[in-house]
Design a protein around this ligand. Sequence first.
Ligand code: FMN
Length: 317
Amino acid sequence: MKLTDLKIPILQAPMGGIDCIELAAAVSNAGGMGSLAMTWTEPVAAAEMVLRLKAKTNSPFFVNFVISYPPVSFDAVIEADVPAITLSWGQNPELIERAHRRGIPVGVQVGTVEGARIAIDDGADFVICQGIEAGGHVQSTTTLETLLRQVVELGRNVPVVAAGGMADGADIRWAIGKGATAVMLGTRFVATQESRAHPLYKEAIVNSTGADTSYTLCFDGGWPYAAHRVLRNETLRRWEAAGCPPNGSRPGEGDVVARDSSGTEMHRYSVSPPQASTTGEVMECCQYAGLGTSKITDIPSAIDLVPRLWNECKIME
Ligand SMILES: Cc1cc2nc3c(=O)[nH]c(=O)nc-3n(C[C@H](O)[C@H](O)[C@H](O)COP(=O)(O)O)c2cc1C
């Protein structure tokens, strides 16, 4: 699998709790590259998901591991012969080597030029530059423009993927013009028919602008000290009004604001975003979104969205 072989150079970002087989299959079948976040999935389920996705598409897709956590399902997805893997939040040459032994390419998401250099030295087949504009957990403290320029200037002959704050054809055209081989969009795909996001979360993305997002440490229940970009909501406002106190003394910390499909409690500061099956005060849960939310005005099917974005990009040529 080579990024340059993609019919449409658009990757769907792995999105814990939000991506799903239907979304990944739609993106891949449309000519882009879908993905599944596997960090928090047990091995048997992970292998099964890879096989189920393979049954729905003959086109390439990838799975992702946030390596701040033990990659418990890494061997399982390799055994299932996943087409590609990405790593984020760290470097691990041993994992890259294990995938390469089975002929599986590995991309590494980075937030610094030093991270890109290490990833390439470790054998990464592509690097994903994540700018601070990104939705979800944000490794970067640099704008995408600066990071992309620095990584392209490394001139190491490894495809570079641009991510963070992009949501329309003009963004894609801009990134390719700056030397990116492909782009990776997250927030744009939250607001699609196929995503597992709660309908109110999708609607909130459509109705918000970049100014309605914050880069914060607020929602750290389950993943402390990792910055993230979310839509501003009541939980965030109350925490800020209290002076952004640390874990243990935050307002409403013990509140159960919602429940997931199995009835499990979701606490106010949980890192889990609300899914279609979540019940309760879903708007008080964290809702990841990047600065590109300004340009998202609808909730299409990903099958239509991928070629539409590509056409928008090409029309500008
Ligand atoms: C809801 C959501 C969940 C995410 N989960 C993950 C994840 O599990 N692993 C990961 O590497 N990145 C994750 N990200 C970050 C993406 O990899 C990507 O960098 C980001 O979505 C790009 O910015 P954009 O959302 O502005 O397009 C997530 C992003 C969002 C919006």
